[in-house]
Design a protein around this ligand. Structure first.
Ligand code: NAD
Ligand code: LMR
Length: 321
């Protein structure tokens, strides 16, 4: 039997994890002979609910799930993990912006950064909002962890953009490629219609409706999180869990030549002249930023605005950096 991969997950009793944990245990990320051990962190008051989640995991009799560790102490629960999926945080409610969560959630990532700091091999995906700035806080507090081991999740935004383009062009999502989403995971994010391809051709040419691309398309993707909160009363969960699964796969498997994926990464040394000490979403291939992409002046201004917002978020959490 192969050696198990150890996956740390936070927020185990929450909405996203109610989908994520079962997909991890079912084998949706790693090859079908790869055992995993789940290390699940929760707040003390949610541990009894987490025990129910664990009972259900056991009741699935997943052949690849070879162990479960639970607890409320990040130092103990994260011990020896290969991945840390940091989902646990307070989600926004109706009428809130993600930035409203800055104060409340930054402290979580100070503590978890310290707990992960000594583990130089762990790959950390920050999902809890505001994800980019939480990743920045974590990176400053996980002093020994290389910054390239930390990402914030933008894959849900990419998936949302792919679907909107596919629906408009009346094609399968499979024919939509190279959809970048630049910047922050917030209403300022920049879904890039300029580099996207549909059936191998420029999405701009195929759709041939620039006002829609610059208007409804961008707005729908930017405000999708809020639209789901308004409709469901809770923030996206199953689609977020799916995006987490895809983000790990993006990280560990080869990127197809005709495509790229997105994630928030530390911007140091980026080829697009984005401020260095922020987590910014770039198109990536095989772990590297895809260079030499050009965007029109409309998108360029939006990318600058998203960068500005991330700088302001960084300034707001300065005391934790
Ligand atoms: P939820 O409220 O259902 O669950 C969050 C869980 O995290 C709770 O059980 C809570 O007890 C736990 N938690 C809080 N602080 C913790 C800590 N310090 N350590 C361990 N666990 C802790 O929320 P959810 O719907 O699962 O969403 C979780 C987060 O993911 C939110 O911040 C949400 O905004 C964010 N989110 C991000 C994306 C993205 O694309 N980046 C998408 C969807 C949701
Ligand atoms: C989302 O994009 O669905 C999440 O980030 C939740 C939110 O607050 O929008």
């Amino acid at each position: 039997m192969k050696k198990a991969i150890h996956i740390g997950v936070t927020g185990g009793a929450g909405q996203i994890c109610y989908s994520l944990l079962y997909r991890l245990a079912a084998g949706d990320v790693f090859p079908s002979d790869q055992p995993i051990v789940l290390h699940i962190l929760e707040l003390p008051h949610a541990l009894s609910a987490l025990k129910g989640v664990v009972m259900e995991l056991e009741d699935c009799a997943f052949p690849l799930l070879s162990g479960i560790v639970i607890g409320d102490d990040p130092h103990r629960v994260f011990d020896g993990v290969d991945f840390a999926l940091l989902v646990g945080a307070k989600p926004r409610g109706k009428g809130m912006e993600r930035a409203d969560l800055l104060e409340q959630n930054a402290q979580i990532f100070v503590e978890q950064g310290k707990a992960l700091s000594h583990n130089k091999k762990v790959k950390v995906l920050v999902v809890g909002n505001p994800a980019n700035t939480n990743a920045l806080v974590l990176s400053h507090n996980a002093k020994d962890l290389p910054r390239e081991n930390i990402r914030s999740m933008m894959r849900l935004d990419q998936n949302r953009a792919i679907t909107q383009l596919a629906k408009k062009a009346e094609v399968s999502v499979k024919s939509v490629k190279k959809v970048a989403v630049w910047g922050n995971h917030s209403a300022s994010m920049v879904p890039d219609y300029d580099n996207a391809l549909i059936g191998g051709k420029s999405a701009k040419e195929v759709i041939h409706d620039l006002p829609w691309l610059q208007g409804e398309f961008m707005k729908t993707v930017q405000e999708r999180g809020a639209a789901i909160i308004a409709a469901r009363g809770f923030s996206s969960a199953a689609s977020a869990a799916h995006a987490i699964i895809s983000s790990i796969r993006d990280w560990i498997y080869e990127t197809p030549e005709d495509d790229f994926y997105v994630a928030g990464i530390h911007a140091k040394g980026n080829p697009y002249h984005i401020q260095e000490d922020i987590f910014f979403s770039f198109p990536l291939s095989g772990g590297e930023i895809v260079p030499h992409l050009k965007v029109d002046s409309f998108l360029e201004a939006k990318i600058k605005a998203s960068e500005k917002e991330l700088i302001a978020e960084r300034d707001a959490v300065r005391k934790w950096l």
